[in-house]
Design a binder for this molecule. Sequence first.
Ligand SMILES: Cc1ncc(COP(=O)(O)O)c(C=O)c1O
Length: 459
Amino acid sequence: MTSERRQINQFLSIRQDRLFLENCDLTEIAKQFGTPLFVISESHLRSNLRRYKNAFTKYWHEGPVRIMPSLKASPLLAIRKVLSDEGCGCDIFGPGELECALRGGVNPSEISVNGSIKDREIIRRGIDIGARIVLDSPRELEMCEEEGRALNKIARVMFRIKPVLSNVGVMSDFAPDYEIRDLTQLIKYGIPTAELLPMCTRVMQLDHVEPIGIHVHIGRHSSQLEVWESLVTQTVLLTKQMSELMSGWIPSEVDFGGGFPSFPNTDPDVYVKGYSEHQIEDYAKVIVTTFRHTMATVNLDCAGITLEVEPGRGLHCDTGVHLTSVKNIKQEDGERARKWAEVDTSEVFLGVPGLSEEDPFAVMVANKTDQPNSIITDIVGLTCNAERLCNQIETPLLDCGDVLALLNTGSYIEAMAANFNALPRPGSVLVSDTVAELVKRHETIDDVLARDIIPERLK
Ligand SMILES: Cc1ncc(COP(=O)(O)O)c(C=O)c1O
């Protein structure tokens, strides 16, 4: 046994034979709470958040900076409480996430009600609590006026625009068969420019709508700085067109959305990754300097503008570890010699395809960090699918009961877990220093079956 202590990142370390998250032994956490399990580091989350805030405030001096974490990336209430405690607003989609934001302590005036196909109820509730409605269509603008009038309140709205990135011939990291300039136009979200410009004239005629800002989110298409530069430039040029239709209107809040690579740049749902070493500080610099420069070029005043971003994966990805236990070892000999370590998690909990060429996650054996790799094995999950989570990786000799840690699982994965094979989904634990607390209980089989109804005639 070695007494060495080695950092994997600032919050994940190897101590003797065990993997620790902050000052908690992950093998003990697996025993205490059961596997499969999502585990999140609170200190890592706070540290990432502050890094975003510092990066943008370093460059943006004309007004406040707001970090508005995208709730969909990690909708756990306890996580939201941490971010609310850090003073963050958020981006939400739909009534469930709106409720989550409110129960998670977000200041209602700093909630952006985002998403296409909003219904009247969410628009009414958003206006009533003083949230910002991020418009996705002319239909939503009319609903804001009607609901604002009915409530005798003013609807604060932002326009979610779709600038054409005409000078960007770069392919998308997300969908590598598409050029970003085409993909960002053919995807449904945002207001098509043909509909946007008449909305600018219309908004000036309304009594219960106050246009406060511009919103743009293209997604995790590229980690190249040129793409971000083009996005910001085209956003400002379109804003100028809008301003001319709105008697010189200048947005007081400008939100450039999310889409930043995670710090380790290992997002499992992104096909092309790892090619760029840019850090969030580089994106902040490009976004701010391009914005300031282009605003000056088109004679729009930046004074007092609040600059916002809505990171999802970039904020959460490396804060999470997924724990799973080895349940069985299978082995074939002879010509087709192979080992399989069967574990109690699944591709359907992790949102990954079961036979992918590339292993989606880095894996460590949490209770054998002092042992050298001595076997080559597949790691295979629980359901009746192929479930090959890792293909022929090197590990120490594995036994039933060993705890595997899948790294960088803090964004989207928990939120997208499914119930195939009627499996109950994993719970979540939040770690802070030496304390580990359950923040979402494991689902039960009763939970899984709770919505089923057998009609009387079939009983
Ligand atoms: C409106 C909006 N903002 C921010 C995000 C976060 O994106 P990412 O996780 O790529 O940072 C999303 C995610 O799709 C989104 O829809």
